[in-house]
Design a protein around this ligand. Structure first.
Ligand code: GUN
Ligand code: ZN
Length: 424
């Protein structure tokens, strides 16, 4: 159905870091621009909206899920045992990414990737490509075709990887600039992320050139940081003048309010202070951290320093694109049962805030884009209750902790139903 329309369903949405709204018999009006014109309890729906066509569902509607760290070329590498980060990169990931010189592989993988993201209920994602300009161009074409909100970039690497994945810094930067000019903000759903892979595979001049491009074109920056102990040790050998890992990026000019650092597990207060002072965001990827045995993300320390945190699947170190599973993993990594509203926040409004998109997406508020993920939930709950008898906390708990039994249904982006495609 094309907007405007009204949607009648149970709605769950974070309001801010602590509050969550729950309308078991809710309604939402989506206007002709794909934005939320009204939202609340269905019995309070103003009469002026009644003539609009309506959609009804018994499934819970969540704000469109956000995956803030994912690698499209690693889609088919999920679950390839690799012992630890650097070994796994050498054994599984670099050989796979080297195949993306072939346009056919890039096209097929990107198409399946965006379709799988939508099927998982994700509406916005921040995505790494490979070093290949053509493959990244193809991925952008497929992102545009998918209708999703996508932040994407070509990987930058000029050392410490197989020769097939390296290119001189000036060539990588020139290709990046061409892609930025072509794709950054081409539509209101597409953005460019300058993407130096991590400090190990980038020379100081490549990092500096990357920062200059990001500043010049006001793009996002995405990179990896402090993921494993061996990685940190190697970085400190390669950059002896830096006081710690984040200092490498600070000295290059890569720390900005549009920078999203993946992982950031092995960090201390000085690094967290530095990231906060540059207003950087962190993508926490718990499922990937469990898979590679990278360590426990210091959640409290990040919270205490006031850092913006988004969740990411980090496929292919992450084993699934399901953000339901990633939310559950966030609790596993902490080794305790987290209040389920915390992971839910970091996969929706918290992630939107980390990406600077909080005025557009992440929660159900009048004026925001109607990005919605339908969540197919169980019909029976303990004590014989049905959905409408649950509290907001009970519902959040079901979504996070029964993740293995959940699947996404339809998704809408700016009020446009994208998955499954409308039958009419
Ligand atoms: N560090 C550098 N590259 C990668 C990657 O592809 N995946 C993960 N998880 N960490 C990285
Ligand atoms: Zn990653």
């Amino acid at each position: 159905m094309i907007p405007p329309f009204r949607l009648h369903a149970p709605f769950l949405s974070p309001q801010d870091t602590e509050q969550i709204s729950w309308y078991p018999r809710g309604a939402m009006v989506v206007n002709e621009h794909g934005r939320i014109a009204w939202h609340g309890d269905a019995e309070n729906l103003p009469g002026e909206f009644l003539p609009l066509p309506s959609v009804h569902s018994e499934n819970i509607m969540l704000p469109g899920l956000v995956d803030a760290h994912v690698h499209y070329p690693q889609l088919d590498c999920r679950g390839q045992y690799g012992n630890s980060l650097l070994e796994w990169l050498d054994r599984s990931i670099y050989p796979e990414e080297a195949r993306f010189t072939q346009a056919g592989i890039a096209r097929d993988t990107a198409r399946r990737f965006f379709s799988a993201l939508l099927s998982a209920g994700t509406t916005t994602a921040m995505v790494y490509g490979t070093i290949h300009e053509a493959a990244t161009d193809i991925a952008f074409e497929e992102a545009e075709r998918s209708g999703m909100r996508i932040i994407l970039g070509k990987m930058l690497m000029d050392r410490e990887a197989p020769a097939a994945l390296l290119e001189p810094a000036d060539e990588g930067l020139a290709a990046t600039e061409r892609l930025i000019r072509k794709w950054h903000k081409k539509t209101h759903r597409l953005f460019y992320a300058v993407s130096p892979r991590f400090a190990i595979s980038c020379s100081p001049s490549l990092l500096q050139g990357a920062a200059a491009l990001a500043t010049r074109y006001d793009t996002y920056v995405q990179t990896h940081c402090n993921e494993s102990i061996e990685e940190v040790a190697r970085v400190m050998i390669l950059f002896p003048e830096a006081t710690h890992y984040t200092d490498v990026y600070a000295r290059s000019g890569l720390l900005t309010s549009r920078t999203v650092l993946g992982h950031n597990i092995h960090c201390d207060d000085a690094q967290l202070r530095q990231l906060r002072s540059h207003d950087c965001a962190v993508a926490h990827c718990p499922d990937a951290n469990l898979f590679l045995g990278s360590g426990r993300f210091p959640l409290e320390a990040h919270q205490q320093h006031g850092l913006r945190i988004a969740l990411g699947s980090d496929v292919g170190a992450g084993t699934t694109l399901s953000m339901f599973h990633v939310m559950h993993s966030m609790s596993h990594v902490q080794g305790r049962s987290l209040d389920p509203r915390i992971p839910l926040y970091h996969a929706t409004l918290g992630a939107a805030t980390a990406l600077g998109l909080q005025e557009e997406i992440g929660s159900f508020r009048i004026g925001k884009q109607a990005d919605i993920t339908e969540t197919c939930v169980p019909r029976h709950y303990c004590h014989g209750r049905t959905l409408e008898h649950l509290s907001a906390l009970d519902v959040a708990s079901t979504i996070v902790y029964r993740s293995a039994d959940l699947r996404a249904g339809r998704v809408w982006i700016s009020g446009e139903q994208l998955n499954p495609p409308p039958s009419t």
